[in-house]
Every structure is written in C-alpha cells, then in structure tokens.
Design a binder for this molecule. Structure first.
Ligand SMILES: Nc1ncnc2c1ncn2[C@@H]1O[C@H](COP(=O)(O)OP(=O)(O)OP(=O)(O)O)[C@@H](O)[C@H]1O
Length: 260
C-alpha cells in the first residue's frame, strides 16, 4: 500500500547529503534544584538524521529524559543550541515553542496518556482539532490501517488492551506528520510480546512513513529495533552504535553501569 503525501524533511544539513531532523550542539542543562548545581547534560552534541529510528540509552540518572525534554523543546537549555529541522528552539518565545511542539513534534509516553472520554478516532484526531488542521481524506484511514486499529475506531480507551492503547498514542503522534516523534520508554508498561509489536510499528513508522523517531529506553532488546543508539553517562554522550544488537547494547550498558 502506498501512503498519501509523505512528509519530507526540509533540507538543513550541516553534513552534505544528510538531512538532520534534530541537532544538538554543545548543549548543557543545569539542574539547580539541589544544594549545588549539577550538569544533567554536559556539552552534548548529536545529529539525528531525518527518517531514522534512534535509541537514546544510558544508566539510570544519565540524562536520557533531560535529553528528550531539551530536544523536544519541553525544557530550555542553559547553553548550546537545539535545532529541529531548520528551527533553532532557543530563539523561539514561549508561544512559538508551544505551537512548534503542537504542530511539529509527536509524543509517545509509557503511560499512553489517552483522553478517557474520547473514542479511538477522536483521540487520534485530537491534535488536528487542537491545531485547527485539516488532513486529506485518505490520511486518517491510512494511519489507522498502518497501526492496525481499523476495527476499533469507536472503542473507548478503557475497552482496549495496553498494546492497543499504545497504538492509538502512536497514531495520534503520526497524524500531524510531525518532524520528529519522541517516545519515552514506550514499551515500559507492556508485556514482551506486545512490546515487540509496538517496536515493529515504530520501526515501520520510520522506514515506511519516513518519520523520524527518537526513543528513550533502557532496554537493549528495544534498542535492537533501531538504526542507531546513542549512549549517555553522567550527562555526557559517551558512545554510539550503528545497527545495534541487543548483545552489543547489553555489554556496552553493563560497562557504563560499572563506571556510573
Ligand atoms: N525537571 C528537572 N529539572 C532540572 N534537572 C533535572 C530535572 N529532572 C532531572 N534533572 C536532572 O537530570 C539528571 C538526570 O535525570 P534524567 O531523568 O534525565 O535521567 P534518566 O537517564 O532519564 O534517568 P532514569 O533512567 O532513571 O529515568 C538528574 O540527576 C537531575 O540532576
């Protein structure tokens, strides 16, 4: 099945021939809440190519969520630059940043975060209504078919399994054709078999819909579904793996935990 009007990323590459959906340059994020400030992100630079599926990994407290929050414009950085496509997030005021998050970023969380009083179709199309956006007639049925929810459009979230609820959340993220989908431990609440189907769906979202997906996870098996994995330790980007396997990720993570 061909899908209607795929979104292409605008060309904004610093590296010839590579289009980056997200770029972090020398980013620091200070946590000033404790008695002495610590660097949650310590001069982190990363390039995430458009249409790729990337894992962000690291031991507990290594800065994964902070990375995601800063890359997605949920948090302001203290220094350095975050670029989404050709847009520098630090140059946006609060209203523009909120609009950008709504229109150009999709989020998928461990806890699904569906609206319980809306049915599946209403949940999926909620971002369109909030953003005052219309979409082609073919796009919604296409997305619904891709995520395997065709028979459930009129179901309420409480009538769905965890895996089905996460499919709704993924469809809701895809529907706006955002520049990037950020997924924070998307399989953390799912059994292994359901997790596998969700990871396969996320991979297809990247490869077939050319949709950039960045996933925070601590699970080496989840990372093996991605094209590349970035590793954080104590707020620093310390390693990366192309075509990561669960074994290679597992041993790298074991080393990082020993050093933590
Ligand atoms: N809301 C916040 N504001 C400022 N700094 C924060 C905030 N939340 C966390 N931090 C800082 O970031 C550091 C790393 O936390 P973070 O949640 O990013 O790690 P993580 O790798 O996602 O951990 P985990 O795997 O346990 O979820 C924390 O030690 C803290 O100093």
């Amino acid at each position: 099945m061909t899908h209607p009007t795929p979104r292409t990323q605008p060309s904004q590459s610093a590296v010839p021939g590579v289009e980056h959906a997200v770029q972090l340059r020398d980013v620091t994020k200070r946590d000033g809440r404790g008695p002495r400030p610590v660097l949650a992100l310590d001069h982190v630079s990363a390039d995430i190519p458009g249409g790729s599926f990337t894992a962000v990994m690291g031991p507990s407290d290594s800065g994964k969520s902070t990375f995601l929050h800063c890359a997605a414009g949920l948090d302001r950085v203290n220094s350095g630059e975050v670029r989404l496509g050709s847009t520098y997030l630090s140059r946006l005021g609060e209203a523009s940043l909120t609009r950008l998050r709504r229109q150009r970023i999709g989020f998928v969380f461990q806890a699904f975060n569906l609206v319980p009083s809306l049915d599946v179709e209403q949940n999926i199309t909620l971002p369109l209504r909030l953003g005052g956006r219309k979409t082609s007639r073919a796009w919604l049925p296409y997305v619904v078919e891709r995520v395997g929810l065709g028979d459930h459009l009129k179901h309420m979230p409480s009538e769905l399994s965890g895996g089905q609820q996460q499919r709704v959340a993924i469809a809701r993220a895809i529907i706006m054709r955002p520049g990037v989908i950020f997924a924070d431990e998307p399989t953390g609440a799912l059994d292994p078999e359901t997790a596998r189907s969700i990871l396969t769906l996320l991979r297809h979202t990247a490869t077939e819909l050319h949709q950039t997906v960045v996933m925070v996870t601590h699970d080496p098996h989840a990372a093996s579904y991605t094209e590349s994995a970035l590793f954080l330790a104590r707020g620093r980007l310390v390693s990366s793996l192309a075509s990561p396997t669960a074994d290679r990720v597992g041993s790298l993570m074991a080393g990082l935990r020993r050093d933590a």
